[in-house]
Write a protein that binds this ligand. Structure first.
Ligand code: ZN
Length: 139
């Protein structure tokens, strides 16, 4: 796989309130709200809005002591992470570990939509939280 085939699976934006954020992203900008899903393990409500071949995910914390809740209290709303689609997440994790990249998840876990995901620590990426998302095998 050449690097040019790697896609941005989604952009994650931390918001205080999905309802309030939709006033801009849906009503103002004109994106379609496809669904809202709760990912209990991560303590987050996720609103999915397709944009081009990718999608925007508005992330609302279900409580203060969740990853998105802590992000909001430290830094306020804004761009939270970038998700990059990979064919084989286990192979990519092993490759990055071999290169000395610091991973938050050394084992994949289940994210929104049931996809396997793993986060890379911003200290290894120039300050951007990167989420690897394994390509859906049915698409
Ligand atoms: Zn994500």
């Amino acid at each position: 796989m050449s690097t040019s085939e790697i896609k941005i699976q989604h952009l994650g934006v931390a918001v205080s309130s999905i309802d309030d954020a939709l006033i801009f992203w849906r009503d103002g900008l004109g994106l379609e709200l496809k669904e809202i899903e709760v990912v209990e393990e991560q303590g987050v409500r996720v609103a999915v809005l397709p944009i081009g071949e990718s999608r925007l995910e508005l992330l609302e914390a279900t409580g203060a002591e969740t990853p998105v809740g802590r992000f909001l209290s430290r830094r306020g709303p804004g761009l939270h992470h970038l998700s990059v689609e990979v064919d084989d997440i286990n192979a990519k994790i092993a490759e990055l570990k071999g290169r000395g990249v610091r991973l938050i998840d050394e084992q994949p876990r289940v994210g929104a939509g049931g996809a396997l995901i793993a986060f890379i620590h911003p200290s290894s990426t120039g300050g951007v939280l990167i989420e690897l998302t394994q390509k859906d095998s049915d698409s």
